[in-house]
Design a protein. Structure first.
Lengths: 314, 362
């Protein structure tokens, strides 16, 4: 049997019908698309190392070094860490005294508020999801639907009643207030995600545990929960990203002590009067990226790993 | 004492009755198979014994104690599931140790118990692996190991061998039988495979549509089926069940019209109680002898299809009235398609079923 190679196959594209590792051609395409997606992030990170006039220069200076003269001078900038130090302390007026910007506090707030509320939502949501999955209420689907309706409206629509409610009970501007709000905000998603993970599990395994003498609590903690670790990780990461980047509720419901980074970032940039400090903004954004990046990076094994190991496949 | 008594249990799912008035008792050391086609209620019956389903009516008594209200974890039973139901997040050793959790054993004692069952079931090498990393046969053995690691009141098996390939099934059947015989506990095995039931069980309960049709030793259910369903369900190839007209009965011989011709057939004395009526005659395919010429005690049928089965040959023949008759003949006997066969049934292996479908027998 003569196997003739087409021009595409010689270029490294795999035959469409074949299953297996992709050839170099496909891999390059994928790399190109990924690069375009990643470009905005890359530009932000590069800009954070530039001083103001380099950040504004046209054409954009893209390279931190000329690679021994390979890159023409007009594309090369001199990297500096100045932006990063001025995130935390800088002079607000030219020649003025160097002051603390409070960003250390805002970063702590963002981490504390997002972390606590996502964990809280994960605990409550997982328990609720297990309940919805194993002990359905009469009209279970209706309850689940109602839970989801709370997320059907854009935040801007529900913000007014929420502000009123928070004012009345005095939660406005406090840590518990914004944490509870974000918990409520993450719950529908958590419940739906985790319910689908619990629904996938084999009921026989739980029955086996009961026959082996396990109480319902032990069935949940020892048998069910370990099987949905990947689900917990995925839900945690998605919830974290959503909460981390949330702006509107944070703008209206946090006080000066509880302000989160997205709100502070907006104020730091808008309040200058001398135009937008692009380098500074990029530095804040770069720092802001790091925590979620790390969490996602360390949980990605769990995100990708299958849950069941094939023992309960039907 | 390790016994199971099931007294008139019924299970209803809404309007649907899955199990109706099932009675079953299993003595200590006895293995009873619940056998029946899919959806006949055998697994539901087992789950009621285990406490995973609540019986709508009737009583479940295990080891002399009424268990209806007790949850499964209080019933002190062990069960092997059809899909093994191993705990995916625990390794093999931890899986086997799971039932020991409440016995408060020392680590040493615990490991001793695990190692001894692992040895019986040849699992010593895989104790540290995860359930996803062992073979299908090993998964099955882990499930059995988990059941026998403790000393429960009774054992329940739900289709234990259905997922294994033929070869493994043979060897596991022997292994399970051997393990069970050393434990002398009441055991219930659910299966739809009659070969499994016939080989493993001390007694077989045959179920259909939620009812237990017959309970008996493998020999009894094969040789003396209580009704048409059991007769047709047990035995391969299937028993021939042919409609016939009973004309008269005298001196142990019944005169019937079968397949359009009059046949005189030796029959059970109980047949004399039947008035002339339609009856069902059941004859095993191996209970015929092929005669050279017609006589008054032979059935006539024309061969239509021939299936060699190795040692024997299965012949499908058809009577004048269109009734299908399966005959197993020795390999040496050459039968041609279209040939008229004169078949003499063995009187001892001929069953008469009345109009109600029940066997007529003394």
């Amino acid at each position: 049997m003569a196997t003739s190679m087409t021009i595409w196959e010689k270029l490294g594209f795999r035959k469409a019908s074949r299953v297996g590792e992709a050839g170099w051609g496909h891999t390059l395409w994928a790399a190109l698309v990924s690069f375009i997606y990643f470009l905005p992030v890359l530009i932000i990170v590069i800009t954070s190392f530039k001083v103001q006039n380099e950040a504004l220069s046209v054409p954009a200076k893209f390279f931190p070094t000329s690679f021994f003269g390979l890159i023409p001078e007009q594309y090369v900038f001199t990297p500096t860490l100045e932006n990063f130090t001025s995130v935390f302390s800088r002079a607000f007026t030219t020649g003025g005294a160097v002051e603390n910007t409070g960003f250390d506090r805002y970063f702590f707030n963002s981490m504390f508020i997002a972390g606590t509320s996502v964990l809280l939502a994960l605990v409550i949501g997982t328990l609720a999801a297990y309940g919805f999955s194993r002990y359905p209420l009469k009209g279970n689907d209706t309850y689940l639907f109602i839970i989801l309706t709370t997320r059907m409206l854009p935040a801007i629509v529900v913000i007014i009643p929420i502000i009123l409610m928070f004012r009345i009970v005095g939660l406005s501007g406090s840590y518990p207030g914004i944490i509870f709000l974000y918990t409520a905000f993450n719950l529908p998603f958590t419940i739906w995600m985790m319910k689908s993970f619990f629904d996938e599990l084999s009921l026989d395994v739980e029955d086996a545990a009961r026959i082996d003498g396990s109480s319902e609590l032990r069935v949940f903690f020892k048998v069910c929960l370990p099987q949905v670790v990947a689900g917990l990780a995925a839900t945690f990461v998605f919830g974290l990203i959503l909460t981390w980047n949330e702006f509107l509720f944070a703008l209206l419901l946090t006080g000066s002590d509880t302000r989160t980074v997205p709100v502070a970032m907006n104020q730091a940039v808008a309040g200058g009067g001398i135009g937008v400090l692009w380098g500074l903004l990029a530095a804040i954004e770069t720092l802001f990226l790091i925590p979620v990046f790390l969490v996602t990076f360390f949980l990605q094994n769990h995100l990708l790993r299958g849950v069941t190991f094939g023992t309960v496949k039907r | 004492m390790s016994t199971i008594e099931v007294k008139k249990i019924t299970k209803k799912f809404g309007e649907f009755v899955a199990v109706r008035d099932a009675d079953l008792s299993v003595k200590a050391g006895e293995v009873v198979c619940l056998l029946g086609p899919s959806g006949c209620g055998k697994t539901t019956t087992l789950r009621m014994i285990a406490g995973l389903e609540r019986a709508s009516e009737g009583d479940i008594v295990i080891a002399g104690k009424r268990m209806n209200e007790l949850p499964p974890e209080k019933r002190d039973i062990a069960m092997v599931f059809q899909f093994y139901a191993l705990y995916p997040a625990l390794n093999v050793g931890e899986n086997i140790a799971m039932p020991l959790h409440f016995e408060k054993l020392s680590t040493e004692e615990r490991n001793k118990r695990i190692n001894s069952v692992a040895k019986i079931l040849h699992l010593t090498e895989v104790l540290d692996r995860m359930p996803g990393q062992v073979s299908e046969g090993e998964k099955q053995r882990i499930a059995v190991a988990r059941a026998i690691v403790r000393d429960p009141n009774c054992f329940l098996f739900d289709e234990p061998l259905s997922r294994l390939d033929v070869e493994l099934r043979h060897s596991m059947r022997g292994q399970i039988k051997e393990v069970l015989s050393n434990l002398s506990k009441a055991t219930v095995i659910v299966t739809h495979d009659q070969l499994e039931a016939l080989t493993m069980a001390d007694r077989i309960a045959i179920m259909k549509d939620g009812m237990i049709e017959q309970v008996g030793t493998p020999h009894e259910v094969f040789a003396k089926p209580a009704n048409v369903f059991v007769a047709s369900f047990i035995g391969t190839p299937q028993m021939n069940l042919v409609e016939a007209d009973l004309k008269s009965f005298g001196k142990g011989v019944a005169s019937i019209i079968l397949g359009g011709s009059a046949v005189e057939m030796a029959a059970d004395p109980a047949v004399s109680k039947l008035r002339p009526s339609k009856v069902m005659i059941g004859i095993r395919p191996r209970a015929f002898t092929v005669q050279d010429k017609a006589s008054k005690d032979t059935i006539h049928a024309q061969s239509e299809l021939i299936e060699p089965m190795g040692a024997e040959t299965l012949v499908h023949a058809r009577t004048k009235t269109g009734a299908d008759i399966r005959v197993v003949v020795p390999r040496e006997k050459r039968v041609k398609i279209g040939e008229i066969l004169h078949l003499k049934p063995d009187a001892k292996q001929t069953h008469f079923f009345g109009e109600d479908g029940m066997a007529v027998r003394t």
